[in-house]
Write a protein that binds this ligand. Structure first.
Ligand code: PGA
Length: 259
């Protein structure tokens, strides 16, 4: 049985003390949520405090980016070993904001994914089309290219430790969620790509999260779709109340695919 996975992406928000307060509130609120995996991906400066605050809870810690080398002359970068040291289990890679503002390519993201696996993280690899691309009917082509490029050189056994997040760029931070049908259409397409490349068994083990304006009032309908295995939540993860509600509203639907 694979539980659904709800991940908070805090982006560039929260000081150290704010992070501690938010985590304590989330911890208290999700105590009863047993059949769901939960993680928070916090800013680098708050990782250590977050790790301490999360001790004794079932919530995992994650980072939002990582360099692919273990150390070296890479001013301003963070290495896998540094993230290990502060207790990270997950790392978000290839988020559309990194692709857009920091010009991250599929090739670079792929190097990071391979490094994440080497250091036993669970990478959350983000893919998704822009509004322009969707309107030009290129969404599937773009997602396929990002899928193939970002997840190149992986073996089937690696796939079991990969999480894919489909995040249509036009739905991120805009309040404009993909409809459950639009999301399911792309998720089932990604599942087909996985089946073609790695076979049914492996493909069924990969969790595909949806991200883009996920809120307490739309999570239930999204999670009812068979190929949605969880959510990557930005804005609504910054308040304990909404994040707890999202976790609670997705709990009873976990394992909908029955694996
Ligand atoms: P959002 O962000 O929930 O604020 O739309 C999602 C994300 O960027 O991961």
């Amino acid at each position: 049985m694979t539980y659904s996975l709800i991940v908070g992406n805090w982006k560039m928000y929260k000081s150290i003390s704010e992070a501690t307060t938010l985590i304590n509130a989330i911890k208290a609120g999700v105590r009863a949520a047993t059949e769901v995996n939960i993680a928070v991906c916090v800013p680098f400066t708050a990782l250590q405090a977050a790790n301490e605050a999360l001790q004794g809870s079932k919530i995992d810690l994650g980072a939002q980016n990582m360099h692919y080398e273990s150390e070296g002359a890479f001013t301003g970068e963070i290495s896998p070993l540094m993230l290990k040291e502060v207790g990270c289990r997950y790392v978000i890679l290839g988020h559309s904001e990194r692709r857009q503002h920091f010009k991250e390519s599929d090739e670079l993201i792929n190097k990071k994914v391979l490094a994440a696996l080497k250091y036993s993280f669970i990478p959350i690899v983000c893919i998704g089309e822009t509004l322009e691309q969707r309107e030009a009917r290129q969404a599937f082509e773009v997602v396929k290219k990002q899928f193939e490029g970002s997840l190149a050189h992986l073996e089937a056994k690696d796939l079991e430790r990969i999480v894919i997040a489909y995040e249509p760029v036009w739905a991120i931070g805009t309040g404009k969620t993909a409809t459950p049908e639009q999301a399911e259409q792309m998720h089932s397409y990604i599942r087909r790509l996985l089946i073609e490349k790695y076979g049914d068994d492996t493909a069924s083990k990969v969790r595909i999260l949806y991200g883009g304006s996920v809120k307490p009032d739309n999570i239930t309908q999204l999670m009812e779709k068979p190929n949605l295995d969880g959510a990557l939540v930005g804005g609504a993860s910054l308040k304990a109340e909404s994040f707890i509600q999202i976790v609670t509203n997705s709990t009873h639907l976990s394992g909908a695919r029955g694996n």
